[in-house]
Write a protein that binds this ligand. Structure first.
Ligand SMILES: Nc1ncnc2c1ncn2[C@@H]1O[C@H](COP(=O)(O)OP(=O)(O)OP(=O)(O)O)[C@@H](O)[C@H]1O
Ligand SMILES: [Mg+2]
Length: 274
């Protein structure tokens, strides 16, 4: 794993000419997953995982923070992939997320079938530049039209993203998986809070719309289109409240995964407080 991280750093630094053929192959595979940060596909205890690697210049230990957030999401009732944190000898973390779009081929170690995957960007028929036209209620509408009953789950994820100040909740960060017969909402991924200190830029926008007031991150806006998620307002409010209550332990969960005190402080204004 350390070798992989060093190889990814060479690519970031533009010195990848020194990499071996094998190292290149790994990282090229990883790069097909998109996103800005280095990634690779790894087999870990026989499971195929997306490994999100650290890079020099990181403002905090992304892997440890993402690990804490995936735990918090799970305890808030959000389905997540199986996740694991690996510590490198230099102390930095690597975040492993088991690929939910692959199924092991029976009796063939290391071989996997693909499951169909569709991002919300594709479901809405938009391209990358039109991301701001998308919204969570629009995802819920499109899913319902496609026969996927997941309005409540999309609402819960929207509430969670708002409550953790995930300002990167764009349309590719929501997806659908093909099951045996029908499509369903995929497990949630890429749940990352934006750092914020209290009192500075307290109001913020999410990356896609949440309600009648557009992308504005407020409870009122989140509840304003609850019917499109198939939820009476009271029920939506209850879900939002539960999500926020569940986040009270965010500091101790981050500490449990080795986020340093000074990194925890960087998020002291990120979480919705009640
Ligand atoms: N466990 C998983 N199984 C299958 N596909 C996944 C999984 N986690 C993420 N993905 C896919 O890989 C893509 C990239 O992952 P992710 O969104 O976590 O990273 P990212 O956007 O590059 O994050 P960052 O901004 O931190 O670099 C996602 O858009 C999603 O399609
Ligand atoms: Mg992403």
């Amino acid at each position: 794993m350390s070798r992989l991280v060093a190889a990814a750093q060479e690519v970031l630094d533009g010195t990848e000419g020194r990499l071996t053929q094998e190292e290149r192959r790994f990282l090229l595979q990883g790069s097909s997953m998109g996103g800005a940060r280095p990634k690779a596909n790894v087999l870990h205890d026989g499971r195929l995982c997306l490994a999100k690697l650290p890079a020099s210049g990181d403002r905090f230990d992304n892997a440890r923070v993402e690990m804490a957030l995936s735990d918090l999401a799970r305890s808030a009732g959000i389905e997540t992939p199986r996740t694991e944190l690996i510590s490198l000898p230099d102390g930095r973390g690597v975040f492993l997320s088991e690929r939910f779009d692959r199924v092991p081929v029976p009796d063939k170690h290391g071989a996997f079938f693909r499951k169909g995957f569709l991002s919300a960007l594709t479901l809405l028929g938009l391209d990358e530049r039109k991301n701001p036209l998308g919204s969570c209620p629009a995802i819920a509408d499109a899913a319902r039209k496609a026969g996927i009953d997941c309005g409540r789950d999309i609402f819960r994820r929207m509430a969670f993203n708002m409550a953790i100040r995930n300002t990167d909740d764009h349309l590719r960060n929501h997806g659908f998986l093909r099951g045996k017969k029908e499509w369903r909402l995929s497990p949630a991924y890429n749940l990352m809070p934006a750092p914020a200190v209290p009192g500075v830029a307290t109001s913020f926008d999410l990356s896609i719309g949440v309600g009648k007031m557009g992308r504005k991150a407020t409870l009122e806006n989140a509840l304003s289109e609850s019917a499109r998620f198939g939820l009476p307002k009271r029920e939506a409010e209850e879900i939002f409240k539960n999500v926020v209550d569940n986040l009270r332990s965010w500091r101790s969960v981050m500490a449990r995964y080795g986020v340093t005190d000074s990194d925890i402080e960087k998020f002291s204004g990120s979480f919705f407080a009640r």
